[in-house]
Design a protein around this ligand. Structure first.
Ligand code: GLC
Length: 618
């Protein structure tokens, strides 16, 4: 029944109502049930509730990342409450199908769900140019080629496809993008970088992070990205004879240069929501990053406000000075949240527990690390335990995905020379000679981090070689003959010679000691053989970086840098025969000779063979 209050009574009622609503609001705020409270606070409360139930050992367990090969017993996942498993470069056996991988992941996860608090594992893998760990996935050009495309939208698309192709196996964390600013081509990981400037690494790194993490991290086809390797991995000093490779070396520079060149990508990565960052093996002015509290905590977490978690690199804390205990304490106190211990996880957990109990690692540091890890797991939707979206595996290697990769290849090609318009070639030549060790070699096209850690030559996965692409492109009447060493004597009207590097990863690709970036003997002989035929010769360089090619450039009529194009070699033919004009631009300066390295735009006496940003079109 409605009663209408008299004037006086109305005033009193209004006062009471106002007081009650203020009281109600204050109660809500204190209980955090206020609908205006942002989701983060609600999430933080959930995390705190879980954290408060965890023992010290369980918190340290969450900080422990083990490689699946380093796992002694599956039941150890439950016994030690491990936080993460990674599939390192060689940890997925070649021939493993996506379905078998998903089964393995589900078996590991089932063990985690038997732990006291049932906190799921987060699985990590180096999906750095596609879901490159299993056969039949689409392999995109490595980052150096993606940098040459000048197209961040395409980089985002490629990352999105990579996330979709991997998420169907339950692996929801990729150790990518590498946002290194590669300043010295002697570094074996130059191809993992988008190029030599912070602008490239930043623009493309952010695009990749958006692609990997998708619209919502909770979505079944989203994966957590990992900007790496923090910080200065691409800027380490590279004199000859350094025993260890570059990213295990030392960046010797002022803080101003470190910030201007190498920190910029991380500033934008954090602003754009990257949820994990991997610490570099390398050092800065003599101090290893894995023990660098100023750069890990003061700069990254406090100054930049990074709220995700920091993961170490592969056992890298063991490169710190001191005993094992001192190394663990130094790394965790510096700000590392998850330790990629790979194996010997019992030792790590027991040692860390002792260090906390003896006060050498503050409990607050452990709580902070565990909280950061749980936060990302909650954000990823792991704690609601969503099932793997098995349907996603049907998309692996799909035509639609391959078409996007083919576009990446087209746009990554940089035309360095085109004497008297040798290119584009006609599709109606009577006879076309193709030569070179990398013309019909999918493994060479893909480079390292493909099926295995270092990759390998030969038919290591499914795709289209450059030769197959050429054959698909020309008319039925055209004879395409393939002579690996170019000793063909048959009359041909033109020749295409595909040469360059064979696959490598990390320090295996470092140019140290007597090694150089000149073409190998096989390639030089092939070019000589074809040169003798006296016909127009197009040279295509398949490599992870600029090589020393001044001589071969003169011998050629046209010269194309193809970087490491991946599985969709058809994209090379698209440009060779003029369906598309080359648009790629150099993401790095091209040195004339070894003495010129390092050479980077902005150098005082800057006079490379080709400048940063160079690229011809038709
Ligand atoms: C390697 C690499 C890093 C990779 C990690 C896991 O040492 O430095 O890029 O993500 O191990 O495979």
């Amino acid at each position: 029944m409605r009663t209408i209050l008299g004037g006086n009574k109305r005033k009193i009622a209004g006062k009471l109502l106002r007081r009650f609503s203020v009281f109600l609001l204050s109660v809500c705020i204190s209980l955090n049930t206020n609908p205006l409270v942002n989701a983060d606070t609600k999430l933080d409360r959930k995390i705190d509730q879980l954290l408060n139930r965890m023992t010290l050992t369980e918190k340290i367990g969450q900080m422990t990342q083990v490689d699946r090969i380093g796992l002694f017993e599956i039941s150890d996942i439950q016994e030690y409450g491990l936080g993460s498993l990674l599939f390192g470069g060689d940890s997925i056996l070649p021939g493993t199908t996506p379905g078998q991988l998903a089964d393995l992941v589900e078996r590991y996860q089932a063990a985690a769900l038997k732990s006291r608090l049932k906190i799921p594992l987060i699985f990590g893998v180096d999906a750095v140019h596609g879901f490159n760990n299993i056969a039949d996935s689409v392999i995109f050009p490595h980052n150096i080629g993606m940098g040459a495309t000048g197209d961040p939208t395409l980089v985002e698309k490629a990352a999105r496809i990579t996330a979709i192709e991997m998420a169907g196996t339950g692996i929801k964390w990729t150790f990518a993008p590498c946002v290194a600013v590669a300043r010295d081509e002697r570094w074996g990981r130059t191809y993992e970088s988008y190029g030599e400037t912070p602008e490239l690494s930043t623009t493309f790194g952010v695009a990749a992070i958006k692609g990997f993490q998708g619209a919502e991290l909770q979505n079944s086809d989203s994966v957590v990205a990992c900007a790496k390797h923090y910080i200065g991995d691409g800027g380490t000093l590279h004199g000859t004879g350094i025993a260890r490779g570059n990213d295990q070396g030392d960046a010797s520079m002022t803080e101003d240069e470190l910030r201007r060149v190498h920190l910029t990508p991380y500033i934008e990565a954090v602003k754009n929501g990257v949820r994990t960052i991997m610490v570099s093996h390398s050092g800065w002015n003599g101090q290893k990053l894995h023990g660098h509290e100023y750069l890990l905590t003061k700069v990254l977490k406090e100054e930049l406000g990074f709220t995700g978690f920091l993961v170490s690199d592969w056992k890298s804390f063991l490169q710190l000075p001191g005993t094992y205990e001192e190394q663990v304490a130094a790394a965790i106190n510096a700000g590392i949240d998850m330790m990629m211990v790979v194996d010997s996880y019992q030792l790590f957990i027991n040692t860390t527990k002792k260090l906390v109990e003896s006060g050498k690692i503050p409990l607050s540091r452990i709580d902070d690390a565990a909280r950061r890890i749980l936060k990302v797991k909650f954000e990823l939707g792991l704690l609601n335990r969503p099932k793997i979206n098995h349907k996603l595996r049907k998309t692996i290697g799909s035509e639609a995905h391959r078409e996007v990769a083919r576009e990446c290849v087209r746009k990554s090609l940089v035309l360095l020379k085109n004497h008297s318009r040798t290119l584009p070639l006609s599709k109606n030549l009577k006879h076309l000679l193709v030569a070179g060790k990398s013309a019909d070699d999918l493994g060479n096209q893909c480079g390292g981090w493909t099926i295995t850690w270092h990759g390998g030559s030969g038919k290591t996965t499914t795709g289209t070689t450059i030769l197959q692409g050429i054959r698909n492109a020309v008319s039925k009447e055209t004879v395409v003959s393939y002579d690996r060493d170019g000793k063909s004597v048959q009359e041909a009207e033109a020749a295409i010679v595909v040469i360059g590097e064979t696959p490598y990863a990390e320090t295996k690709g470092d140019i140290v000691g007597s090694k150089t970036l000149h073409l190998d003997e096989t390639d030089r002989a092939t070019i000589e053989n074809v040169k003798k035929l006296g016909i127009p010769m197009v040279i295509i360089l398949v490599s992870g970086r600029p090589m020393i090619i001044s001589e071969e450039l003169n011998q050629s009529d046209a010269f194309l840098a193809a970087w490491l194009p991946g599985t969709e070699g058809q994209g090379v033919a698209d440009v060779l025969f003029g369906d598309y004009s080359p648009t790629g631009k150099l993401p790095c300066s091209w040195p004339k000779n070894m003495d010129q390295i390092p050479v980077n735009i902005g150098d005082a006496d800057y006079a490379p063979l080709f400048e940063y940003g160079f690229g011809l079109s038709y």
